[in-house]
Ligand binder design. Structure first.
Ligand SMILES: [Zn+2]
Length: 423
């Protein structure tokens, strides 16, 4: 393929995705603003005007800031690729590291430098979102001290986990011949399974405290639900989510016999025991319908396709030159190909994302239906409303915006489906 044609296709796709993103965000903001003054009829008795307006303002603030982030991300992407940022970084790192420490160190240093620079450029956005937007709406509980400690720990864990797997994949790319992508994919899958095993017991406790659920009556209730659903878990834990944020959640972690149920303390403080049970029944519904397995299987399939594509692209010189990078003749280009791939592919992937969002929304309805069968549907409806209000999620999103982005159906649709099942 001609490099200049590919550059053109890339720029056109990037501009098209930007146009779609801005158009959708504008629609969403207009829709939310237009409905700000009245609570929708279906919620008139359960949601106050004040809560409704807070949700509208929070949604608008996040959407506006999101647009800034989108514009910055696109400019940065062009800076890294067509304007030669990655090429310059690569040249500097290669000159500095390659003669002294060799090929592997050079490639790891390139990945590390890129990740650090990317993280630093993202930092102002994250700070503004945490300490301004989340703070303004009363969600942030993070102190500066905790923020810095998190960042430091995140860096160390990222290096401890990321460098070995990066080194392994780079080694496979260089040492196993034309079919390297298949071996690299296998290594990547093995790594993901390992993280799944290590996350609940080794990584998550570095950031949060986990204590066994001590409320005996809730415990009995949850255990009887799990027995009813034929579900075994190794323990019920409460996590101090309130250290960082007022947002509430519950999740399953680990797999096989080592599964754990984790409740945020914020969730337990806001919901009644019946509502907690209904939320858990919803999560069990995801397991019963094998949503988790389906998600993992599709992730495996997509990454296989990705590695195969990268296996081919990395051998084509136009793949580098089209995106502003000169491949080296005297050093491996594997880290460079990896970075370029990770930068460029999401631009094309954006247009496929609604398909995944659609599946996800379908799964949510299925899990809700399961929860209705195993617990009280009215409790689930009550919990959904509380969580919605607590997260200041808008009750009046733009329908098209929902189709494109929402992984969960809007509250109005979920509650309508629930009342349908109950009646
Ligand atoms: Zn769900």
């Amino acid at each position: 393929m001609s490099p200049s044609l590919l550059s053109l296709v890339f720029v056109a796709t990037l501009l098209a995705s930007l146009a779609v993103k801005f158009w959708l965000a504008t629609r969403q903001m207009r829709h939310v603003a237009a409905h700000r003054d009245a609570v929708p009829a279906a919620f008139a008795e359960t949601v106050t005007l004040q809560a409704h307006q807070k949700a509208a303002d929070y949604t608008l603030a996040k959407a506006r800031f999101g647009l800034l982030g989108t514009a910055f991300g696109a400019a940065l992407l062009v800076g890294w690729t067509l304007l030669g940022g990655l090429d310059q970084l690569n040249g500097a790192v290669r000159e500095l590291v390659l003669p002294r420490w060799g090929e592997m160190a050079y490639q790891l240093a390139l990945l590390g430098a890129f990740t650090l620079i990317g993280g630093l450029l993202d930092l102002p956005f994250d700070l503004y979102s945490t300490f301004r937007i989340e703070h303004r709406f009363g969600f942030n509980r993070m102190t500066w001290r905790l923020y810095l400690a998190d960042m430091l720990k995140g860096l160390l864990v990222g290096a401890a986990v990321g460098l070995p797997i990066a080194a392994l994949i780079l080694w496979i790319m260089g040492a196993t011949g034309a079919m390297w992508w298949l071996w690299a994919w296998l290594a990547w899958m093995g790594f993901n399974v390992l993280i799944l095993v290590l996350y609940p017991t080794v990584i998550a406790p570095l950031f949060n405290k986990f204590e066994p659920l001590s409320d005996e009556s809730l415990k009995a209730r949850v255990q009887s639900l799990m027995a009813r659903c034929g579900f075994a878990a190794k323990g019920l834990f409460v996590m101090d989510g309130s250290r960082r944020s007022a947002h509430a959640n519950a999740y399953f972690t680990g797999f096989g016999a080592a599964k754990r149920v984790v409740f945020f303390d914020t969730l337990l403080s806001k919901l009644t025991p019946g509502e907690v049970e209904a939320v858990l029944a919803h999560e069990l519904g995801h397991f019963k319908h094998k949503h988790v397995q389906k998600r993992i299987a599709s992730m495996f399939a997509i990454s296989l396709a990705g590695f195969a594509l990268l296996g081919w692209l990395s051998t084509q010189s136009w793949f580098y030159t089209a995106f502003g990078v000169q491949p080296s003749l005297d050093a491996p280009n594997d880290a460079l190909a990896l970075l370029l791939f990770l930068l460029v592919v999401p631009v094309f992937g954006f247009f496929v994302s609604p398909v995944f969002a659609r599946f996800s929304r379908k799964h949510e309805f299925e899990a809700d239906a399961y929860a209705c069968a195993q617990a009280d549907g009215r409790d689930l409806a009550g919990a959904l409303l509380k969580l919605h209000e607590d997260n200041a999620a808008t009750l009046t999103p733009d329908p098209l915006y929902v189709r494109f982005y929402y992984s969960h159906p809007p509250a109005s649709e979920r509650l309508a489906a629930l009342s349908h099942q109950a009646g």
